[in-house]
Design a protein around this ligand. Structure first.
Ligand SMILES: CC(C)(COP(=O)(O)OP(=O)(O)OC[C@H]1O[C@@H](n2cnc3c(N)ncnc32)[C@H](O)[C@@H]1OP(=O)(O)O)[C@@H](O)C(=O)NCCC(=O)NCCS
Length: 165
């Protein structure tokens, strides 16, 4: 059996085409219609907080962190988180999220939001946002709007509509 080494590193602009292909395979063209996409459209991710996973030169996973506003408060939107099907269930997704959260905390960010399955993200420190505290600029299942507080008090201070930075 061959052990493949998976390496994690911050994203660079040169990763964009491979990430795009991975997301196309995972989510299809419908990804552009998602409400979370509207918040990312035209906004550069913070690449120092966004990571890729590689086996050799092959990109096998990626996660993005995009600065957003909630009312007047700055926060980060995590996602999309995508792992190549052949490399799933090896903690690549979990590790990508952990790297992003650690880097964000270290950079002084207080709050991260995402739209996703609580069943997956709860183990990484995410909790459901109470209904109507924070709204998105389009339809989203409120049970899937999750947050992770990196600095005490950051979540209490965030109220209102999520907007593009
Ligand atoms: C979700 C995803 C990123 C997980 O990547 P991964 O590297 O396999 O994740 P991990 O290895 O850290 O965790 C895998 C475990 O989470 C479970 N899991 C995966 N998706 C889940 C979900 N939506 N809800 C609950 N559990 C989930 C898996 O069954 C697996 O369980 P196991 O360890 O018992 O086998 C990957 O499945 C993926 O790219 N999916 C398609 C894109 C997507 O849905 N992204 C998330 C939305 S932003």
């Amino acid at each position: 059996m061959i052990d493949l080494v998976i390496r994690f590193s911050p994203q660079t602009p040169a990763d964009a085409p491979q990430i795009e292909k991975l997301e196309e395979r995972a989510f299809g063209p419908g990804r552009y219609a998602r409400t979370a996409y509207r918040l990312r459209e035209g906004v550069e991710p913070d690449r120092s907080l966004s990571f890729v996973a590689r086996v050799g030169t092959l990109l096998v996973g990626a996660n993005r962190m995009t600065p957003i506003l909630i009312g007047p408060t700055q926060a980060l939107l995590l996602g999309p988180l995508t792992v190549e099907p052949a490399f799933r269930s090896q903690r690549v997704g979990e590790t990508l999220v952990k790297y992003s959260l650690d880097a964000a905390r270290e950079a002084g960010h207080g709050l991260v939001l995402l739209v996703g399955d609580e069943d997956y993200y709860a183990r990484l420190g995410f909790t459901r946002v109470p209904r109507d505290k924070i709204t998105m600029p389009g339809p989203v299942d409120p049970d899937r709007l999750l947050y992770c507080e990196l600095r005490e008090g950051a979540f209490a201070a965030a109220n209102g509509k999520m907007r593009r930075l």
